[in-house]
Design a binder for this molecule. Structure first.
Ligand SMILES: Cc1cc2nc3c(=O)[nH]c(=O)nc-3n(C[C@H](O)[C@H](O)[C@H](O)COP(=O)(O)OP(=O)(O)OC[C@H]3O[C@@H](n4cnc5c(N)ncnc54)[C@H](O)[C@@H]3O)c2cc1C
Length: 565
């Protein structure tokens, strides 16, 4: 056991940053739980902008959270939770932010144009990287809906700007917060409508309604459950096309960690925070277990305590408030989260399977250029994939259980790729896999492996129907289930997007960076919106708030001007 060391506290001029002592004789200004893009952003900003020494604790053996990637056979490389990122045109604010955080080490590759294809039984729609062409193509396809289509583009802008402004309100000084809130309030109702309600109000053609919501997998809720606000955020995000980090998603952590280390900070993998220590309503540090190489917590190698005056959690609101806070205390957030969970449906927590494929030959052979493919065998996005209702039969035969999937090719997007690769993603109910939840990773038994094989074959069959010859390209395959996400990301039940973006999420006071506990903050997707860029903005808010009233303006100035480089 690593014994915490105590030594006199260093006098500090800043309220938030009284230096205290960490386990192993090191002192840190703040501890960050989780090294997803939110955690790394906050750590890099506090390090670079404010010269703070930050300890990032990550339970996985690889840093990066959902942006981490992995390899097999030395040549096949796949991403886990990053397939394309919008708003990365040189000069854009989000791009400047990543340039600053990575000190220009991170490079972005523009995806081909069109960057996505929406595939339906009787037509395919290619999405242009030029918003004007996208608009014109929609009007060309559905001329009788022209007025509604034009209005839709305006409403996307309005609803997404409300979501963004609303999310940033907490970093705006109190004396002008009310004024800003009032200015954008007019769009609140629009953002809180369900996507389905909005579409039914404006459009006649059911095929067009389906087409416009083809990307719902990017926020995990079908039109009847998602808010128009989150739909707008995602559509707006990709209006000018998409980019991919050179070297894959893992390149992000590789590029940001040196920024953290330069100020004396550290990112420690295989360190799982088991509790955030709170005394007299303020955080004091964290209890940690060092995780074995297998990831099993049954035999933790070591336990330790780290102290710091500030703790920032990237582990998501559910994990932070329901798993990491001391059991004997009650916090307003915990009660409110339980109440929201009770109001929402279980299926609001988006869960998936991902099939990782290594290919013998380039998929260019079949005409793929690197664009994503949303394949739908039906126009009905509400029709939940059958995997959850086919409980018993899917174990022996999963053919025909899937009517939709997302197909992407990491190797065609990455100029540094060695081998040819593809990924197929489809939704899958966590409950279906729950019987194996208590088994260790890679030790879930024959029946689980058979089930995975059947699901894999069903997904390959679905793509093969659309693109004959696809299955002959396959050399290697491996399936991740909701249990894989639960194991590697430590979420509640394998959910991939954190707190669901139903309209009632906007009414919660805990889906933000500031918490009710002194010096405890949230970062990442749950502090802003899902997605790599959304989680990054969550990280900027947390870094700003930690530094007090002028913190956020200083962060933004640095990102805009590179002034603190
Ligand atoms: C399949 C999939 C595809 C996606 N595709 C895209 C895409 O193409 N484009 C896009 O922009 N976004 C995409 N996303 C969403 C995006 O990846 C996430 O919204 C974003 O990366 C979330 O970042 P985060 O920092 O909030 O959290 P995470 O990346 O989830 O990081 C949280 C980290 O905290 C760690 N952690 C949790 N508990 C503890 C603990 N107790 N102790 C220590 N560490 C802990 C976890 O291991 C994890 O590393 C996708 C997501 C998925 C799942």
């Amino acid at each position: 056991m690593n014994t915490p060391v105590t030594s006199p506290q260093r006098p500090s001029t800043q309220k938030s940053f009284t230096k205290t002592v960490a386990s192993g004789c090191d002192t840190y200004d703040a501890i960050i739980v989780g090294s997803g893009i939110g955690g790394l952003t906050t750590a890099a900003l506090l390090s670079k902008c404010f010269k703070k020494k930050i300890l990032v604790l990550e339970q996985h053996f690889q840093p990066g959270g959902l942006t981490h990637d992995f390899q097999r056979k030395g040549k096949f490389h796949w991403d886990v939770g990053l397939h394309y990122v919008g708003e990365m045109a040189p000069g854009s604010l989000a791009r400047s932010a990543f340039d600053y955080l990575s000190e220009d080490r991170l490079k972005w590759q523009k995806m081909p144009d069109p960057f996505e294809k929406f595939i339906y039984p009787d037509f395919t729609f290619a999405v242009s990287s030029d918003p004007n062409k996208y608009l014109a193509d929609l009007i060309h396809q559905f001329p009788e809906e022209e007025t509604a289509i034009r209005q839709y583009f305006k409403d996307i802008e309005k609803a997404s700007s409300w979501v963004v402004t609303n999310a940033f309100l907490e970093v705006i000084p109190r004396f002008i917060r009310g004024l800003v809130g009032t200015i954008v309030k007019g769009n609140e109702k629009l953002a809180k409508e369900t996507t389905q309600y909005y579409l039914n109000r404006h459009f006649q053609d059911d095929r067009l309604k389906s087409l416009l919501t083809s990307q719902w997998g990017d926020y995990g809720l079908p039109p009847s459950r998602s808010s128009f606000g989150i739909h707008s955020i995602v559509v707006n995000h990709y209006l000018k096309g998409a980019w991919y980090p050179v070297g894959g998603g893992g390149a992000i952590a590789k590029a940001l960690i040196p920024t953290i280390e330069r100020s004396g900070g550290t990112v420690m993998t295989r360190h799982k925070v088991t509790e955030i220590i709170v005394t007299s309503d303020r955080v004091k540090g964290v209890n940690v277990q060092k995780v074995s190489a297998s990831g099993s917590l049954a035999k933790p190698i070591e336990t330790m305590v780290y102290h710091a005056p500030v703790v920032i959690s990237d582990a998501g609101a559910y994990t932070t408030f329901l798993k990491l806070m001391p059991n004997d205390a009650s916090f307003p957030e915990s009660a409110s989260i339980r109440s929201l969970s009770a109001q929402n449906k279980d299926t609001d927590k988006s869960t998936i399977v991902t099939l990782y494929l290594g290919l013998k030959e380039s998929p260019r052979k079949l005409g793929f250029q690197g664009e994503n493919h949303w394949i739908y065998m039906t126009y009905d996005h509400e029709q939940v994939d059958a995997i959850d209702s086919l409980k018993e039969t899917a174990i022996t035969d999963a053919s025909n259980v899937y009517s939709s999937c997302y197909l992407t090719f990491p190797s065609l997007k990455d100029p540094m790729a060695k081998g040819d690769t593809a990924e197929i993603i489809a939704s899958a109910d966590y409950d279906f896999f729950e019987p194996w939840a208590n088994h260790d990773w890679k030790k879930r038994g024959e029946q689980y492996e058979t089930l995975k094989l059947n699901i894999s074959n069903a997904l390959i069959q679905l793509v093969e129907k659309q693109y004959p010859g696809f299955k002959d390209l396959i050399e290697y395959q491996e399936l991740a289930t909701p249990l894989t996400f639960q194991h590697f990301i430590n979420n509640q039940k394998g959910e991939i997007y954190g707190v669901p973006f139903t309209a009632n999420r906007f009414d919660q006071t805990w889906t933000r960076a500031r918490t009710s506990i002194k010096n405890l903050y949230l970062t990442g997707a749950d502090a802003f919106t899902p997605g790599v860029v959304g989680a990054m903005w969550g990280g900027t808010k947390a870094a700003g708030l930690v530094q007090g009233i002028l913190g956020f303006p200083r962060v933004m100035l640095a990102l805009l001007m590179g002034g603190y480089r």
